[in-house]
Design a protein around this ligand. Structure first.
Ligand SMILES: C[S@@+](CC[C@H](N)C(=O)[O-])C[C@H]1O[C@@H](n2cnc3c(N)ncnc32)[C@H](O)[C@@H]1O
Length: 220
């Protein structure tokens, strides 16, 4: 198994971004794990606590509603949504990520699929009561961030909710970082897409030094 080297990682991502191939590298991260989902460096290996809090506190019953998880990685959040009662589709552009999910959760109810947010199956359009996004926009550059946001919104059925979880930054800072956290103006772009903001939290995580994050919920 390869040891994670942050300098080599950023160089590799920049190489793909400079070729205007912003999604060409994701599968490398999963193949580097050599079949062990625990070796994927960005995987927390537990559901997002802000997702769990939202599931617990939201006033409606989740059972039987349809959810889709964008860029599902190794599947912890998709499984949490399924356990809460959603019929879950979870997709990732990385075939190896999906292979790891299917191996990890061999008897899951979640439909794990290889798919590209930028070219998703037409039957997904406006088909979901809940869209869940965690940390995908921030690993995309430039115009692809805006396209990703629009594509996520287009998956939402009328009255549907989108949950957005990401790292955050102050406006104008960290412009060349990989990943590039979202600033407030970027995340407010979901409101610009015609959604209403149901809740918005800015918080620091428990790492040392702490990393600032946003967790926001919007409704169509
Ligand atoms: C930083 S990882 C986050 C994974 C997971 N959501 C998590 O929180 O651990 C971003 C994920 O988005 C996926 N991804 C990036 N672009 C995508 C696209 N266009 N369509 C589908 N998945 C994509 C990557 O393969 C990767 O698994």
């Amino acid at each position: 198994m390869k040891t994670f080297d942050p300098v080599a990682y950023k160089k590799m991502v920049k190489f793909y971004q400079d070729q205007d191939d912003p999604t060409g590298w994701f599968n490398n991260i999963y193949t580097d794990a050599e079949g062990d989902y625990r070796a994927v460096f960005w995987a927390d290996l537990e559901p997002n606590p802000y997702l769990l809090k939202w599931l617990k506190n939201s006033p409606f019953n989740h059972t039987g509603r349809k959810a889709i998880v964008v860029g599902c990685g190794v599947g912890d959040d998709a499984q949490a949504l399924s356990e809460a009662g959603y019929e879950v589709t979870a997709f990732d552009i990385s075939p190896e990520a999906i292979r790891l999910c299917k191996k990890r959760y061999s008897d899951t109810k979640v439909k794990y699929l290889i798919a590209d947010l930028f070219d998703y199956p037409s039957q997904w359009f406006e088909n979901y009561d809940l869209v869940y996004e965690c940390n995908t926009i921030q690993v995309l550059p430039g115009k692809y961030r805006v396209q990703a946001r629009s594509a996520m919104v287009s998956l939402l059925a009328p009255q549907g909710f989108i949950l957005v979880s990401c790292r955050s930054r102050a406006q104008g800072e960290q412009q060349n970082d990989i990943p590039l956290p979202l600033d407030k103006k970027e995340i407010d772009g979901f409101i610009g897409c015609g959604l209403s903001e149901e809740s918005f939290e800015a918080y620091d995580d428990t790492q040392e030094p702490p990393v600032p994050h946003f967790f926001a919920v919007y409704k169509k």
